[in-house]
Design a protein around this ligand. Structure first.
Ligand SMILES: O=C(O)CCC(=O)C(=O)O
Length: 238
């Protein structure tokens, strides 16, 4: 099926499974089962292409010397700790792939699904759906032992929401507060096909992935092991 058919331009509310959208914190909405299995398989196939380069999947090394266990390939802008560049100067110096149009459409649908669902009352957030234009995606791959520490997404010069999609193995997603890496936080299980959007009062909340549960991927999602996570962001850079 073509990308236009899979991810049409109109902001048609995507059917969600019986769990429905849930407000985890002000501005932070979890929608279980938002992507269909067909959409998941299609995205997994694109992931296979993105990892062919020009920039390969890589585990970033943090300034203290710690190498992340999650491996990442980027679209639009390359993220390296802690900045965005057009070329992957910490990997092989090659330019990153363009941010695809279909992903802009998908990002708008995600913002619409999250904020027009009625669980979040902030009208300024639901109004974003038509204008939301992400220009960077971090596409993370988690194998069985991979995890991500509590952090804020704050290398962007924009407070536009972050749209997060999960495919493959289930993980524990820890969604915290904007002040500390520690409690209070909410633990949410993200399954294959889930959408999580965080903006507004939660845009700069600490969050992380303490654990991935091996061999829990949904049948038919296109990924036999591991977990793919895509976070779309608006960098505010030009
Ligand atoms: O894997 C996830 O669900 C979260 C990823 C994340 O926090 C990030 O890329 O900054």
């Amino acid at each position: 099926m073509s990308e236009d058919a899979l991810f049409p331009l109109e902001l048609v509310r995507t059917e969600t499974n019986d769990a429905g959208p849930r407000l985890v914190a002000p501005g932070a909405v979890h929608i279980p089962g938002w992507l269909t299995l067909e959409q998941q398989r299609w995205i997994v196939a694109r992931f296979g292409e993105w990892t062919q380069g020009p920039v390969p999947l890589r585990a970033a090394t943090l300034p203290g010397g710690h190498q992340m266990s999650v491996r990442t390939v980027c679209l639009g802008w390359h993220w390296q700790p802690y900045r965005y560049t057009r070329e992957a100067t910490d990997v092989n110096g090659r330019p990153v792939l363009d941010f695809p149009d279909w992903m802009v459409r998908l990002g708008r649908k995600a913002v619409d699904a999250a904020y027009a669902s009625g669980v979040e009352s902030d009208q300024t957030l639901s109004a974003l759906a038509t204008t939301y234009t992400p220009d960077a995606a971090l596409v993370n791959y988690y194998d069985d032992g991979a995890a991500m520490g509590m952090h804020q997404d704050k290398d962007e010069r924009s407070n536009a929401p972050v749209v997060s999609l999960s495919i493959g193995d289930t993980c524990l997603f820890r969604f915290g507060n904007t002040h500390t890496r520690t409690k209070p936080y909410t633990d949410v299980k993200l399954h294959s096909g889930d959408l999580f959007v965080f903006g507004g009062a939660s845009r700069f909340a600490y969050h992380g992935i303490p654990k991935v549960f091996p061999e829990t991927a949904a049948d038919g999602c296109g990924l036999s092991r591991g977990r793919i996570n895509i976070t779309m962001r608006v960098t505010g850079l030009s």
